[in-house]
Design a protein around this ligand. Structure first.
Ligand code: PLP
Length: 400
């Protein structure tokens, strides 16, 4: 066969989330969209800040076509990178220079580029991820030529199980991906967890006489509730690359804009940054969208209404736990990770579907027996779904 079978496999295997999305559309036509409780997609429901939309309009009216629609330098516009570096330094005090910021088409690109920059061709490099994890990590890691290694979480809290993590590291470990606030659990890793993780990384790097890189995947950094602190990993570990995106923090997932920040205290910072530039080039990214680079620079302090997500979280958490569902109370992102009411998450998903509730069975996220509820949706939909969630729980209680 004259084409790449691995790519064919990726393209032809529909993800469960897409499958549910298609079903949701069909079902909405049959019974009306208001009667389908679709919690499958992580598409932000809160609108982008008015400041962002206003800035786009202003830019279109006032700036030159070259600035808005032309190529920027591959690593991004220098002024934009300076604005981002200033913002990082103000908030986290890491002393990063604009020359260590690389603009990308969102976190997916940031991750693919970082992995391509770090993993050596023809090596047996491994990359550790923490379950539950964003399913695309497997695709990005394997595409970079590395092997994915999954570390199991602490059972009750879904924090990192440090002993398990340590047991997953060996002389082949090249990188570790940390995602906090987490998709799909909504858990924010505590400072104690982060310190313990970094202590292991330092000790193991020394033991094996090699650098193990830490990749912080942070698209949900700003979506946290009740002032919960999300430790900035560069402040805890020198060999850190931050993959950031405005997809969720500014509700701009379709605009494809984010960045990579390389820690200034890394052992070989400049070389790693150049490898990032090379990886972006080899993957054909050319440059991040010019218009949205300019928008970001002008809206660096803009925020979405996180309260709307918190309200949904509170309603769902309070009621579902009352009905007998078990889940860790999420401190961030917009997901609730709920234990299925039977061992097989897929069967539970099917039974929920009979009540018009669409949730995602999470076996592919590395933890069996759970489903994800994406509550980035209207409050009315969350409230409307409660009787169905209750009926589903009662059906299980009554062994029906
Ligand atoms: N990382 C995590 C944990 C995500 O949940 C997502 C998207 O849902 C991404 C990365 C990719 O985000 P982006 O739209 O910025 O590419």
């Amino acid at each position: 066969m004259g084409y790449n079978q691995k790519m064919f496999g990726l393209g032809s295997k529909r993800s469960i989330i897409r499958e549910i999305f298609e079903y949701s559309k069909t079902r909405a036509k049959e019974i009306g969209a208001e009667n389908v409780y679709d919690f499958s997609l992580g598409n932000p429901s809160v609108p982008a800040p008015a400041e962002v939309n206003g800035t786009i309009k202003e830019l279109l009216d006032s700036e030159s076509s070259v600035l808005l629609h032309g190529y920027t330098s591959a690593q991004g516009d220098a002024g934009v990178r300076a604005a981002i570096a200033d913002s990082i330094n103000e908030r986290f005090g890491v002393g990063i220079s604009p020359n260590l910021v690389y603009m990308t088409c969102g976190a997916a690109a940031s991750l693919s580029i970082c992995l391509r920059a770090l993993v050596e061709d023809g090596s047996e490099d491994e990359c550790v991820v923490f379950a539950p994890f964003f399913t695309e990590y497997r695709v990005f890691i394997e595409n970079a030529g590395a092997k994915i290694v999954v570390s199991e979480p602490a059972e009750k809290t879904l924090q990192i199980d440090i002993a398990d993590f340590e047991s997953r590291i060996n002389e082949k470990t090249k990188a570790v991906i940390v995602n906090s606030p987490n998709n799909p659990s909504g858990v924010v890793y505590t400072e104690d967890t982060v310190k313990a993780l970094c202590e292991v990384l330092k000790r193991k790097s020394e033991e094996y006489g090699k650098t193990i890189y830490l990749i912080a995947d942070e698209p949900y950094r700003e979506l946290v509730y009740s002032g919960v602190d999300v430790p900035y990993l560069m402040n805890y570990y020198d060999n850190t690359l931050v993959c950031y995106s405005y997809s969720k923090s500014l509700s701009l997932p379709g605009e494809r804009i984010g960045y990579i920040a390389v820690s200034p205290t890394m052992e070989d910072t400049t070389d790693i940054y150049l490898a990032v530039c090379g990886a972006g080039r080899s993957l054909g990214y050319v440059c991040a969208p010019s218009l949205f680079q300019q928008v970001i620079a002008r809206c660096i302090n803009a925020k979405v209404n996180v309260e709307a997500y918190k309200e949904n979280r509170d309603i769902l958490y309070k009621n579902l736990t009352e009905y007998g569902y078990e889940c860790v109370k999420p401190d961030g992102a917009f997901y609730l990770f709920v234990k299925a009411l039977e061992d097989d998450a897929y069967k539970f998903y099917e039974r929920a579907k009979a009540h018009e509730i669409l949730v995602v069975p999470c076996d592919d996220f590395g933890v069996k027996g759970y489903v994800r509820i994406a509550y980035c949706t209207d409050k009315s939909r969350v409230e409307g779904a409660l009787p169905a969630f209750k009926a589903l729980a009662e059906e299980y209680k009554n062994n029906r």
